[in-house]
Write a protein that binds this ligand. Structure first.
Ligand code: GLN
Length: 540
C-alpha cells in the first residue's frame, strides 16, 4: 500500500555551520527508531552541478553515494545516523535544477512559454522534493535546505517550501534552526538574531512550526517562552540544541525535548510509546565509558581543515568506540613531513592513515611517512591516493624502480606503476567523470584483508581516475606486496597488502563512506584492533 508521505523541511538562520545536517539526521534517527520509513535529502543553493569539482577548502569533504554521485558531506551524516543508503536523488543543487529546466526548454517542453524562476525553477524544486515521496515508500521525507535564510540564492527554495506548505497542509512541517549567541562580556544570551531570522522567514511567507535554538549555554525556560511568543511558535515547539561532547548525543537531547513527538503531532501522525534506541544508547555508553586511547596519525594535506576528512574521522571514532577506546586523532601535514622529522611525528602513533587526495602538493611527505611505517611495521591504512602512494613508495624503495610514479604526478614517467585508467583517457570534462560509486571486489582467501571482512566478496565506493598498473603485478607480488583484492570483471587491483608486516593495507576504494554508528566498517575495526594489539608490542 502506498504511504501518505509527510514532508519535514529543515531551514537555518542567523549563521551557517549550526548543524542543520545533524538536526535533520537526528530527526530521522528518532523517526526510524519509532518504526517509520524515512528518507532524507539536501538542497544546496550553489550553482555547481555537484560538489565534486569543489576544493575541500570550500566545502569540506566530498562524499560519494553508492550510485556514484559526488555529494555534500551532510549526506555522510545522514548515512552514519540512519544506515539509509542515499543516491543522487538525495542531493540537489541550484545548478542541477537549472540544468534540468534548461534541458526541458531546449526540448521544447515549455511550449513557447517564457521560462522564469517562478514558476519554472520553483516547480522543478518542488518536483525534486516530491520525487522521493512519490514512490509511496516513505512515511517521512526530510529535506534540508542548505544556506541561511536571507541569502539571495536560497530564495527560490524557500518559495518552493512556501508553496508546498500551503499545498500539503498538515502533511508538512518546517523546522527552523537558529543561533542564540552568548555575549561573554555581558554574561547574556541574546535571542534577537533568532527573532530577526524568523521574521525573515515570515517575510517570504513561511511560518516555522518548530524552532531549534543552537546555543553554547542552556537557555532558561522563560527565554524559550519569550521566543515562542515573538515568533508565533507554540511554547512546546521551541527546543534547544546545547553544545554536547558528541554529535551522536543530539538525537537523545532532541528526544528529551520531545522533538519527535511534536513533529508527529503537528503532522497528525498516530504514534505510541517510545523510540527503540537500545543500540544507539549502547554505542553512546561505550563512547562515554571508553578507557585508554588509540593514537592515530592521519597524514594528509588538508590538516588545518576540520571537515576535509570527515568520514575517515567518524569511521575511526566508531571503530575505537566499539573497542572501548577513545580516539586520539592527530592530523599530520604531509607538506611538512621530511626524513628529518618523520620519526618524531610518527613514533608515538598506534596506527597511521595516509589520506586520499589529488595532485602533487604534499605528496613527497606521504612517501616519507609510508617508508617509515613500512620499515617500522606500523599498522597502516592507505586510502585511494594513500594506497597509490603505498605502491609507489614500495616500487621506489624496495623494487629499486627509482623513478616509479603515478601518471597523475608525472605523465611521462617510464615506471608508471599507477596509471590513468583506459576509460579515462578520452575524458576532458572534470565534473562527475571519475570512476565513481560502488563496485564489486573479490578478496584473496587467507589474506589479512579477507580476514578483516570475514568474507571474500565485497562492494565498496570509489572516486578516482588512476589505478594500479597491472603490467607490474607479478613484479610486486615477487617483491612482497600482494594484490589481494580485484574487480571481478575488469581485474583492476582494488587492495594491496604486505603479508610480511603486521597490518599494512591499501585500498583503492573508500571504506570510510560506508561506516555507520550501528554498523562500523570491518576494515576500520580491524585496523584499530591491530593498532591496539601493537600497543603492547615493541616497535621495530
Ligand atoms: N588522485 C587519485 C586518482 O584520481 C586518487 C583519488 C583519491 O584519493 N580519491 O586516482
Amino acid at each position: 500500500m502506498k504511504k501518505e508521505t509527510k514532508y519535514i523541511f529543515v531551514t537555518g538562520g542567523v549563521v551557517s555551520s549550526l548543524g542543520k545536517g545533524i538536526i535533520s539526521s537526528s530527526i530521522a534517527r528518532l523517526l526510524l527508531s519509532r518504526g517509520f520509513e524515512v528518507t532524507m535529502q539536501k538542497f544546496d543553493p550553489y550553482i555547481n552541478i555537484d560538489p565534486g569539482t569543489l576544493n575541500p577548502y570550500e566545502h569540506g569533504e566530498c562524499y560519494v553515494t553508492v550510485d556514484g554521485h559526488e555529494a555534500d558531506l551532510d549526506l555522510g551524516h545522514y548515512e552514519r545516523f540512519t544506515n539509509i543508503k542515499t543516491t543522487r536523488a538525495n542531493n540537489i543543487t541550484t545548478g542541477r535544477v537549472y540544468q534540468s529546466v534548461i534541458d526541458k526548454e531546449r526540448r521544447g517542453d515549455y511550449l513557447g512559454k517564457t521560462v522564469q524562476i517562478i514558476p519554472h525553477i520553483t516547480d522543478e524544486i518542488k518536483r525534486c522534493v516530491k520525487h522521493l515521496g512519490s514512490t509511496g515508500n516513505y512515511d517521512f521525507v526530510i529535506t534540508e535546505i542548505g544556506g541561511t535564510v536571507g541569502d539571495i540564492e536560497s530564495l527560490p527554495f524557500l518559495e518552493a517550501v512556501r508553496q508546498l506548505k500551503w499545498e500539503l497542509g498538515k502533511n508538512c512541517v518546517v523546522v527552523h534552526l537558529t543561533y542564540v549567541p552568548y555575549i561573554r562580556a555581558a554574561g547574556e544570551l541574546k535571542t534577537k538574531p533568532t527573532q530577526h531570522s524568523v521574521k525573515q522567514l515570515q517575510q517570504v511567507g513561511i511560518q516555522p512550526d518548530v524552532l531549534v535554538l543552537r546555543t553554547e549555554k542552556e537557555l532558561p525556560k522563560a527565554m524559550c517562552l519569550k521566543v515562542a511568543q515573538f515568533c508565533n511558535v507554540s511554547a512546546d515547539a521551541v527546543t534547544q540544541s546545547v553544545d554536547v561532547p558528541s554529535i551522536y548525543e543530539v538525537p537523545l537531547m532532541m528526544h528529551r525535548q520531545r522533538l519527535d513527538q511534536i513533529i508527529l503531532d503537528k503532522t497528525q501522525t498516530p504514534w505510541a510509546g517510545e523510540p527503540d534506541l537500545k543500540k544507539w544508547n549502547h554505542f553512546l555508553d561505550k563512547l562515554k565509558n571508553a578507557t585508554g586511547e588509540v593514537k592515530i596519525g592521519l597524514v594528509g594535506k588538508y590538516v588545518e581543515l576540520q571537515d576535509a576528512y570527515k568520514s575517515i574521522d567518524e569511521s575511526l571514532l566508531q571503530a575505537c568506540t566499539y573497542q572501548d577506546r577513545k580516539l586520539n586523532l592527530k592530523y599530520i601535514s604531509s607538506e611538512r613531513l621530511t626524513d628529518a622529522n618523520v620519526d618524531d611525528a610518527l613514533r608515538e602513533m598506534d596506527g597511521v592513515i595516509v589520506a586520499p587526495g589529488f595532485g602533487q602538493r604534499g605528496i613527497e611527505g606521504k612517501y616519507v611517512a609510508l617508508r617509515w611505517c613500512r620499515e617500522h611495521d606500523m599498522p597502516t591504512l592507505g586510502i585511494c591516493l594513500g594506497m597509490q602512494c603505498m605502491v609507489i613508495e614500495f616500487a621506489r624503495n624496495v623494487m629499486g624502480l627509482h623513478d616509479a610514479n603515478s601518471a597523475e604526478m608525472d605523465p611521462h614517467t617510464t615506471n608508471n606503476v599507477i596509471d590513468l585508467m583506459d576509460e579515462q583517457k578520452s575524458i576532458t570534462n572534470m565534473g562527475g567523470t571519475m570512476r565513481l560509486g560502488a563496485y564489486a571486489c573479490h578478496l584473496r582467501e587467507g589474506t589479512k584483508v579477507a580476514r578483516a571482512y570475514g568474507r571474500l566478496d565485497i562492494e565498496e565506493r570509489h572516486r578516482h581516475r588512476f589505478e594500479f598498473n597491472n603490467a607490474y603485478r607479478d613484479e610486486f607480488e615477487k617483491a612482497g606486496m600482494a594484490c589481494v583484492g580485484e574487480n571481478p570483471e575488469t581485474h583492476l587491483v582494488e587492495v594491496v597488502e604486505i603479508p610480511a608486516l603486521r597490518w599494512y593495507i591499501g585500498t583503492q576504494y573508500h571504506p570510510e563512506y560506508s561506516s555507520t554508528v550501528l554498523n562500523p566498517h570491518p576494515l576500520f575495526m580491524d585496523f584499530i584492533r591491530a593498532a591496539i594489539a601493537g600497543q603492547n608490542q615493541p616497535q621495530k
